[in-house]
Structure formats: C-alpha cells, structure tokens
Ligand binder design. Structure first.
Ligand code: KIV
Ligand code: ZN
Length: 530
C-alpha cells in the first residue's frame, strides 16, 4: 500500500528515502567537528548528491549546533532536501529543534528516547511506563511544529520486542510519520534486522501508514549488511553517512548502501535518488574538511577501490573491465581523464574543469583565488591532475571565511643549521609579522605563527599525505589543535610541505576562533546519545 507522507506525498512501495546524518551522527565522532561554513558546504554537496533528508545537527547541544541547523534550514528551497533537527524528549530539546528548523521549506523534527531495559534502567533511570509517556508527549509536541516527525527507539535492537511494539504504536498514535529502530551499539546481525522489522510491520497497528527507517552502527562491521536486510524486510528509509563516519566505528556508509542497491537491483529491487556520479567528490570534500582520508581499500571511494595490482587481474581488466569490476569507476565519480590543465590554461578552461568536477557553484571570489593558486601550482608542478584541482578548490572553499590568513612564509633550513621561519599573517585585515627558530622547519614555522599571533594551544596531531604520486605532488597536511578540551582539525594543501603545514595550522587556528565565539555551555553535551 502506498504511503501518504507529509514531505514526500505518495510514496511508491519501492522508493527508498535516503536520510543523511553526516552532519549529526557523523560529526559526533571525535575530531570530525565542522564549523558552520564547512557544514553549509557539506550540506550543498549532500543536496547535489540527491539525499532526501539531511539531519543537520542536534540544536540543543550547543549554540554552534543550533546556528548550523538554522543556517542550513534557511539555505534550501522546497526543491531541496528535508532539513531535520534531532531532539531528546524534553520539551526544551524539542522546542530548540523546532526553532532551528522553522525557516526550512521542508522540515522534520527527530525525537528519540532509549527503550532497551539496560538504557532505561542505567541511563534514564525510568520505568518502561514512564518512557512510554515520554514517547507520546515528545512526538505530540513535535507535531505541533511540523507534520513531518520521526521517532527513534534508541538501542532498539536490544529492546524487548513487546515493549518495542508498544512504543512504536504510541509514537504512531501521537503522530510520528517515520519510525526508526536504530542498532545504536552495532550489535545486531542481518537476521535480527529482518526479524525486528517484520515483527513491527505485522504486529503494530498503523505501521503500514508510516515509513520505517533503519540506522546502523558498524561496531561489528555489519552496518551496511544490516541496512540491506532491513530494506528486504520492508524498511523504506535508510540512515547513513558519507565515508561511514559516526560514533565509534561509524554508521552505515551512504556510498556503499547506494552502490549496493544500484549494483544489486536484481536482488533488492528498490530505487533511490542518489546521483552516484557525485559520490567521490562528496567523499573527498568531507575528507578535506575533516582531515580524515578514508583507508585506501575502502569500498567505492578508497584510492584502491578500482586499482588492479596483479598481472592476472590487469590482463582481465584490459580485455574487459567487467572481469574484475562490478561497477564502473566513472559511475561513482572517478575520472579517467586525469591529466587536465597546464600552465597556459586560462580562466575559462579552469572554470570548465571545475564544472566537470562538480563545482558549478563556486563563487567569483573563490574562483579567482583558486585560479591564482592553480597558476602557481601549474608553474611548479609538471602535470596537474583532477585530484590536484579538487584539493586546491576544496582548500580554498574551506578557508573562505578565515579571520587569520597566511600571506608570506620563508624558511631557512639545512644541515647543521637551526631552521628559522619568517612569516606574515593577516589578522582581521591587519598585517602581523612573526619569526622563530625551531627543531625542524615545521616546528620553526608553527613557532613563528605563535610569535605573530600569540595563543596557547596544544598540538595533538600532525599528519602529511600525498595528493598524487611523484616528488612534485601536493602534500595535504592535517593539524589537530586542542584548547580547553576542544579539538579542531585544520587542513592545508601545497606542493611545498612546509607551506601546506602552515596553512593547516592557520586553518585549525581559525576553527578554534570560531569555536570560541560560538560554543556556549552545551546542555548535557556529554549526555549526547549515539
Ligand atoms: O544510534 C542511535 O541510536 C542514534 C539515534 C539518535 C537515532 O543516533
Ligand atoms: Zn547513531
């Protein structure tokens, strides 16, 4: 029977709603926090990827979270995704989420409460009947602010089946239009998922009028398998994140679910709106923003996902790619036309290349800055690959709103010489000069930054990766800083590793400044749920 949904109208039986939670559950993993501009940039990319619902944050958690959800809510028209805010059951939580999503053309409030015996006893210290009341009161309040309300049974897969059915029934009666049964701790196996959703569909009155949703954590590496099992049991909303980021071992990876559904539509005949060709650039943008690359053998988006090393495999692929490839690299955004532009290429060619890479919407200022850096790169680097252009533009997008900018840097170093860095920063438009020596070129550079712009932070991580191969390859550097327990990651890319390092440090510093301004005492931040 087709479902009449407040945001999607009549839903075909085989239409899967893609609910992205990169900006909420994904962002909850340590070190993956994003500032408001980065979240907006990600939100645009997710919309271009074709997600149906975007969980933009947990508005009660902090002022920063609230502001991010609010600005994403304001950003999209009715053709864009549904913008969703998460809330616990307390009225203050729900009202905060309601306020944050209010400007959205299409909005959802997602309320949740734990239903497993362990969580109710230890975490909530509530009796089951009290939890049932909270289900009803929270969903009813959310419904006063939007017709599109999702309710989740936290730790649902470890919940007593009878109690789970009672909670789901109460949520539907109170007006929930989507019911999510998360595998919060990544404990379930695919058979469990199939059994639980089949039970809910068979036993709960009204379950055929709402959308059932699955949300799986990857503690046993089963998140995608569990997601597919849930779909086979009739679930029509999938919650997932780009690159599978999320609490602990992460969530089901959106790109893996989307490609499994596309590649095996013979086995699971459903459809969804993901524009698969945009997958790789969305994954790379997230990696650039957070500073965490996926592992090389990560399905779909890892560097080796379509690489063939053994002679036998290479021979097969050359004869017919389908011998060892079950999907084409192009179908997820890998390009074969890697060699792109040279130092004589003009702005028009550069803009065309950006469009081909999916950056049609880069503003004029960003385009000019990126073009200037491209020319500089083309002067220094023999060949400029697509990956170089992506690194450069993402780098520019990421630092578009920075208050502190690196404007000059010289480092003198060598054998038996104490390395010395001299640099200039622009801080809110004012020039500041710095100079320092250090135990190495990078150490001297970071000391010079502190000399130009005094601050006290702890350097927690310094990592260098190569964007492409060769000695003239761009380095992508990640720097993690800590201030008063707050962690931020900064990124920088350049053919010169020291320049990339300085950019990464300055980027992290800018994020700290934003955090200082935006983070208000988070209400029970630590009590955030998975
Ligand atoms: O894992 C979980 O249970 C969650 C809920 C808030 C949906 O993230
Ligand atoms: Zn979760």
């Amino acid at each position: 029977m087709a479902i009449e949904h407040p945001s999607f109208g009549k839903l075909d039986d085989n239409r899967i709603i893609i609910f992205d939670t990169t900006l909420r559950d994904g962002e909850q993993s340590p070190g993956f926090s994003m500032n408001i501009e980065e979240k907006l940039r990600m939100a645009e990319a997710l919309a271009e990827l074709g997600v149906d619902v975007m969980e933009a944050g947990f508005p009660i958690a902090s002022v920063g979270d609230f502001d991010s959800v609010l600005s994403i809510a304001k950003h999209f028209s009715k053709d864009g995704p549904v913008v969703c805010g998460l809330a616990r059951t307390a009225p203050a939580d729900i009202l905060r989420a309601a306020k944050a999503v209010r400007p959205a053309a299409r909005k959802r409030i997602h309320s949740f409460v734990s239903t497993s015996p362990l969580h109710m006893r230890v975490k909530l210290r509530l009796e089951p009947e009290e939890v049932l009341e909270l289900v009803t009161s929270s969903v009813s309040l959310a419904r006063q602010h939007t017709d599109d309300v999702e309710w989740s049974a936290e730790d649902g897969t470890r919940t007593d089946p009878d109690f789970l059915c009672r909670c789901v029934e109460a949520a539907i009666k109170a007006g929930a239009t989507t019911i999510n049964i998360p595998d919060t701790v990544g404990y379930a196996v695919p058979e469990d998922m199939h059994r639980i959703f089949t039970m809910v569909r068979e036993r709960v009155p009204g379950a055929d009028r709402i959308v059932l949703s699955t949300h799986n954590h990857n503690d046993l590496g089963l998140a995608v398998a569990n997601t597919l099992a849930a779909i086979q049991a009739g679930v029509r909303q999938v919650e997932a994140t780009i690159n599978g980021i999320g609490e602990r071992a992460g969530n089901a990876s959106l790109e893996e679910v989307a490609m499994a559904l596309r590649t095996r539509s013979d086995a699971i005949p459903v459809r969804n709106g993901v524009v698969s060709e945009n997958i790789l650039r969305t994954s790379k943008l997230l990696a650039t923003i957070t500073g965490f690359d996926v592992q090389p053998n990560k399905a779909i988006v890892g560097r080796n996902a379509f690489a063939h090393e053994s002679g036998i495999h290479q021979d097969g692929v050359l004869k017919d790619a389908s011998t060892y490839e079950i999907m084409t690299p192009e179908s997820v955004g890998w390009t074969t036309n890697s060699l792109v532009l040279g130092k004589h290429s003009g702005r028009a060619a550069f803009r065309d290349k950006l469009k081909a890479l999916g950056y049609g919407d880069v503003g004029d200022n960003q385009l000019n800055d990126a073009f200037r850096r491209f020319k500089d790169l083309a002067d220094r680097k023999k060949v400029v690959y697509d990956e170089d252009v992506v690194a450069l533009v993402d780098d520019e997008v990421v630092r578009g709103h920075d208050r502190v900018k690196l404007t000059a840097l010289t480092v003198a170093t060598g054998l038996n010489t104490k390395p010395m860095a001299t640099l200039a920063l622009e801080v809110d438009g004012d020039r500041r000069d710095g100079m320092a020596t250090g135990d190495g070129a990078v150490d001297a550079t970071f000391a010079a930054i502190r000399n130009a712009f005094p601050h006290e932070v702890a350097l927690k991580l310094y990592a260098v990766q190569s964007v492409t191969g060769g000695t003239d390859a761009q380095a992508r550097v990640t720097v993690r800083l800590e201030e008063n327990g707050k962690l931020v990651d900064g990124q920088g890319a350049d053919t010169d590793t020291i320049v990339a390092s300085a950019r990464a440090y300055v980027h992290a510093l800018n994020k700290l400044l934003v955090k200082r301004e935006r983070t208000a005492p988070a209400e029970q931040f630590a009590a955030r749920s998975a």
